[in-house]
Structures are given as structure tokens and as C-alpha cells.
Write a protein that binds this ligand. Structure first.
Ligand SMILES: *Cc1c(COP(=O)(O)O)cnc(C)c1O
Length: 354
């Protein structure tokens, strides 16, 4: 059975909004979309016009970046939008369920709650370095499971589950869509799971320009999947999900010189990650810093509130994740510049008995 048969049956005949730009006609004088015929003061880029729903140059650039075909890319308003669209497309409210890990990224819960579907979570054990037992994850899957979200590298633990992706996709074939959220995969030292798409039609991958590509403010993310699934997602998406300035920023970031700079900066950040990890682990108030395949570190403190406050007193904001399952006492730190990381270490060293 194709995973397309797991899409909500009531959406089978779904008719997308017939936006002016979706029709794809070209003409010099465009009186089809009730736009202003003049430019706003100072606008040199034509923001009076609605953007293309899925700009072909952006799709081509993302396809090139991720090593897939343009038809396998849905470009949207961050991967957050794609998470929401997947849950809406596949899950019947009050009936279906979604499976994921705990702790993990909070948006799967948000999207599931909004759609009225249950989220089942496999608890990962911090004492086992958050290792994943695939069989225990599969044990949570039943006939009403439509989606399995696997965040890899996982936020906030930093754990890389890449080796589990293909066996899980195979085990879920005909049952559920495996959605691998690879927001941080560029920091993991491998290419991610995009190369598996042609072998597993029940696999979808989330990528984003928000992290490595330094465009969190532009809100550009991608869903990579088989062409028919991408078409179904595009059909239920907002008519114009991508603001034109964001598309321009994305294209600029993916041009070869910018991309080369990004990759060089990444190498420096990866070195900083290991330096910061060793330095944090040596601080007396911190009893554990897990290895990380992302651009962040998870640490367990003797007193998370005190450590958080000490960092803040040094003008450094950390993420308190101590309320998440299994993460009592834990804080998450993004890897900043060398100076940022130095400020964090200096702040945490203050007032701690040696
Ligand atoms: C930051 C993050 C994203 C990125 O979301 P965008 O909407 O693309 O900014 C996706 N997944 C995870 C796990 C993240 O941590």
C-alpha cells in the first residue's frame, strides 16, 4: 500500500485555492490579482506583485543543495509550516495518532494538538545517551498511526539517529510516513537521508535554512519527499507561502560564494562545539555535557535555575529544557561565536568554588 493512501480520505478531492499566480499564465500587463499597479516608495524589487507560490529558481537551488529533483521539494515558511501541513494532510482529528520521541522538538506536539490528534512518545534514557531502540518505537505504532517524527540530530539532545532511518522507513512501509527532521544535519558530518528518498516512498525529510544558513528571520524551509506527496502538500498550503524578500535572501545564501563561506564558518563552529563541550564539562556546577551532532550542547547542572541565572547575569541567555521528560537539571546552549562562548564560560565560572 502506498503511503498516499494514509492521507485523510476527506481530502481526496481537495481543490486548492485557485490563486492568480498558480494558473501560471504570463503577460506584460497583469490585471488578474487586484494588485496595485505602482511600486511602493523605495521598492526596487516589485513587491506590489504576489510572489510565485513555489518559485522555480528556489526549488532548483534547494534541489541542488539537497541532491534531489525539484519536484521532490516543497519550499515553505520554515519547516514549522511543513510539520503543520503534514499533520493536517494525514491525520483525522480525534482518531489518528502521531509517534515521536521524548525529549524532542516541541512543534510536533503543537501541530498534533492543533489538529486534535494524539502524540505518542518513546522516552529516551539520558543514562544511555538517549539511544533509540527502533523496536520500541515501532511498538507504539498501530493502525491509526499516520506519521512518525524522528528528529535527527535530535533537539535538544544532539543525538544522531541517521543509522536508524532506513530500517525504520522499511518497517513502516505501507503503514505510516516517516518524517525525518534534519534541521541540524549539516552539523552531523554526513549528508543526511535525502539519498534514500527514491527507495522509500513513505519517507519525508525536513530541511531548513534557519540554522546553518543563518536565515532564521527569512522563514524558509523545505519538505523533501516523493513527487506525488509534494504535490499534495503544495495543494493544501497557503496560496503564497514564501514572501519575495525571503526568496531573494534564500537565493543569495545558496549562491556559490555565500555557500562556500557558510561551509567555512561551519567548520569553525564545529571546532567551537568541541572546545565549549570540554570547557563546560570541566566546570564544577555541571555534571554532564552530552556529545552533540547539532549546533548546540545539552548539559546537566547541579542546579539548573542557578546556572541559568548565572549565565543571564553575564548577559548570556540559555534555554531551560529542565521541564522536558528525562531532562531534570538540563539546559541547552547554542554554539555562538568564540567570543559568545567565552562570555558563557566566564559567566558560569563566576562564584563557583574551584
Ligand atoms: C529549529 C528547528 C527547525 C527549524 O524550523 P524553521 O521553521 O525551519 O525555522 C525544525 N526542526 C527542529 C528540530 C528545529 O530545532
Amino acid at each position: 500500500m502506498s503511503v498516499l493512501e494514509r492521507i485523510r480520505p476527506d481530502l481526496a478531492g481537495f481543490v486548492p485555492y485557485a490563486s492568480a499566480r498558480r494558473a501560471g499564465h504570463r503577460a506584460g500587463i497583469r490585471l488578474d490579482a487586484n494588485e496595485a499597479p505602482w511600486l511602493q516608495a523605495g521598492d526596487g524589487s516589485g513587491l506590489n506583485r504576489y510572489p510565485s507560490p513555489q518559485p522555480s529558481d528556489l526549488l532548483a537551488a534547494l534541489a541542488g543543495l539537497y541532491g534531489v529533483r525539484a519536484g521532490q521539494v516543497y519550499a515553505g515558511r520554515g519547516s514549522d509550516e511543513a510539520i503543520d501541513l503534514l499533520v493536517r494532510l494525514f491525520c483525522r482529528a480525534g482518531r489518528d495518532n502521531v509517534v515521536t520521541l521524548a525529549p524532542t522538538f516541541g512543534m510536533y506536539q503543537v501541530a498534533a494538538s492543533l489538529q486534535g490528534v494524539a502524540l505518542r512518545r518513546l522516552a529516551l534514557d539520558p543514562e544511555q545517551d538517549f539511544a533509540l531502540d527502533p523496536q520500541r518505537l515501532l511498538d507504539l505504532v498501530d493502525d491509526d498511526t499516520r506519521l512518525v517524527f524522528l528528529c535527527s540530530p535530535n533537539n535538544p539532545t544532539g543525538t544522531d539517529f541517521h543509522a536508524r532511518v532506513e530500517p525504520l522507513a522499511r518497517a513502516l512501509a505501507g503503514r505510516a510516513l516517516l518524517v525525518v527532521d534534519e534541521a541540524y544535519v549539516e552539523f552531523a558530518g554526513h549528508e543526511g537521508a535525502a539519498g534514500l528518498l527514491d527507495r522509500h516512498e513513505n519517507l519525508a525529510i525536513l530541511r531548513t535554512l534557519s540554522k546553518l544558513h543563518a536565515l532564521a528571520g527569512a522563514r524558509v524551509g523545505a519538505l523533501l519527499a516523493a513527487e506525488p506527496l509534494v504535490a499534495r502538500i503544495a495543494a493544501i498550503a497557503a496560496p503564497y507561502p514564501l514572501p519575495a524578500p525571503s526568496v531573494a535572501a534564500a537565493l543569495a545564501a545558496l549562491a556559490p560564494p555565500a555557500l562556500a563561506r557558510t561551509l567555512a564558518l561551519r567548520d569553525g563552529l564545529l571546532a567551537e562545539r568541541e572546545r565549549l563541550r570540554a570547557a563546560l564539562a570541566a566546570l564544577p556546577g555541571i555534571d554532564r555535557v552530552w556529545p552533540s551532532a547539532g549546533n548546540f550542547l545539552l548539559m546537566r547542572c547541579h542546579d539548573a535555575a542557578a546556572t541559568f541565572a548565572r549565565a543571564l547575569a553575564g548577559d548570556v541567555l540559555l534555554r531551560d529544557v529542565s521541564g522536558q521528560p528525562g531532562l531534570a537539571g538540563c539546559l541547552r546552549a547554542s554554539i555562538g561565536t568564540r567570543a559568545d562562548n567565552g562570555a558563557l564560560l566566564a559567566a558560569l565560572a563566576v562564584g563557583v568554588p574551584a
